[in-house]
Design a protein around this ligand. Structure first.
Ligand code: ATP
Ligand code: MG
Length: 307
C-alpha cells in the first residue's frame, strides 16, 4: 500500500504536473484540491492515506536534512520557499512539518502580516529584501510579497494606505508589480538563491469544514478570526487574483507549484519532495580542502593522537 502511494506521489511526472508552466495561462480548475493520483489512491481510506504519507514524509525529511547539511557547509547557495494560501489551507502546519528535521541554525521563517507604518513608508519589497535568505540557509516565507498582488488587489483600500504618489497609481499597477516581483526574484536567483513557490490549493468546502472545526473545538478557538469569514466572501476574487498572479510570475528561475491541499498529509509529502529534489539538483558536495589544508589536518591529527 505504501509502495503504491510512494510511487504515485514521488514520481517525476507527478511533480511536474503541479508546476505552473512559465508563460502559459494557468487555470486553477486544472488542479483538483482533492487530488488522489490519477485514480490510484482513490480507494485509500483517509487513515491509510495518512499512514502512508507519514512514512514517506519521514523519509523525505531525512533526505532534506542531509541536503540542508550540505547547503549549510557549502555556504554559497540559499533556498527561498514562498508559501501562499487562503486561510486554513495548512500553511502553519506545512512550516512545522517541513522544518521538523532541519538544523534550526540553517533555517529562518518569516510571516508577513498587514504592513506596519514603517513598512508602508517604503516600497513594497523593502520588508522582503531585508529578510531574504543568507547563503547556506533555507528561508521560508509564510505569506510574502505576493500579498501585494493578492489581498491588495482584492481590497484596493490597502493600496490607498501605501502612500504612493497619485500619478504612479494607474491601471497598469498590477502588471508593474508582477514585473517588479519577477525582476526581484531573478536578481536573487542570479545571486545564488534557489526559489520555490507553493500555492496550497484548498477547496472552499474544505475551508468551511476546517473553520467549523475551529469553531466547534474549544482548543482550536484561538485559530479562528472573524476576519477569516469576511475574506471567505471574496473567494472568487481571490481565486481570480491567484490565477493572474501565478500566470504572470511562474518563471524558470522561480516556479510556482500548485499543491492540492484538501489532504494535509498529502500536501506535505508533495512539498517536501519537490523541495528535496530541487536542492539535490544543485548537486552539492561537502567543501573540499586544499593540499596545504590537508597537510595541516594530518599534522593536527598526529598531534592529538600523540597527546
Ligand atoms: P494564521 O491565521 O494562520 O495565524 P495568517 O497568515 O492568516 O496566519 P493573520 O495575522 O491571521 O495571519 O493575517 C495576516 C493578514 O495580513 C492576512 O489577512 C494577509 O492577507 C494580510 N497581509 C499580509 N501582507 C499584506 C499586505 N502587504 N497588505 C495588506 N494585507 C496584508
Ligand atoms: Mg489568518
Amino acid at each position: 500500500m505504501c509502495d503504491t502511494f510512494a510511487y504515485v506521489v514521488l514520481n517525476k511526472k507527478t511533480l511536474e504536473k503541479f508546476r505552473v508552466t512559465p508563460g502559459k495561462k494557468f487555470r486553477l480548475k486544472d488542479v483538483d484540491p482533492g487530488w488522489r493520483g490519477d485514480g490510484e489512491l482513490k480507494d485509500f481510506s483517509d487513515a491509510e492515506l495518512k499512514a502512508s504519507a507519514a512514512k514517506v514524509l519521514e523519509e523525505n525529511l531525512q533526505d532534506l536534512a542531509a541536503q540542508q547539511a550540505k547547503l549549510y557547509a557549502h555556504d554559497r547557495w540559499s533556498v527561498l520557499i514562498v508559501l501562499q494560501a487562503m486561510d486554513a489551507a495548512g500553511k502553519d502546519g506545512m512550516v512545522k512539518h517541513v522544518t521538523a528535521g532541519l538544523n534550526p541554525q540553517g533555517c529562518d521563517v518569516y510571516s508577513f502580516k498587514t504592513p506596519s507604518a514603517e513598512e508602508l513608508d517604503h516600497s513594497f519589497l523593502w520588508r522582503i529584501m531585508r529578510v531574504s535568505p543568507a547563503r547556506g540557509k533555507i528561508t521560508i516565507f509564510n505569506r510574502s510579497h505576493y500579498e501585494e498582488v493578492l489581498v491588495v488587489k482584492v481590497h484596493p483600500e490597502y493600496l490607498q494606505k501605501q502612500k504612493l504618489p497619485a500619478p504612479l497609481v494607474t491601471k497598469k499597477i498590477w502588471e508593474e508589480r508582477y514585473e517588479d516581483i519577477n525582476n526581484f526574484e531573478r536578481h536573487l536567483a542570479r545571486n545564488g538563491t534557489l526559489i520555490l513557490k507553493f500555492f496550497l490549493h484548498v477547496s472552499k468546502e474544505e475551508q468551511k469544514k476546517r473553520f467549523l472545526e475551529r469553531l466547534e473545538e474549544p482548543d482550536k478557538h484561538w485559530k479562528f478570526s472573524l476576519q477569516d469569514l469576511k475574506e471567505r466572501e471574496f473567494w472568487g476574487d481571490y481565486m481570480r487574483s491567484y490565477e493572474e498572479a501565478l500566470t504572470a510570475t511562474s518563471t524558470k528561475w522561480a516556479p510556482w507549484y500548485v499543491i492540492p491541499a484538501d489532504n494535509k498529509a498529502l500536501a506535505r509529502v508533495l512539498v517536501s519532495n519537490i523541495l528535496t529534489k530541487a536542492i539535490e539538483d544543485l548537486k552539492l558536495g561537502y567543501p573540499s580542502v586544499s593540499k596545504e589544508e590537508k597537510a595541516g589536518l594530518a599534522e593536527a591529527h598526529k598531534r592529538l593522537r600523540a597527546e
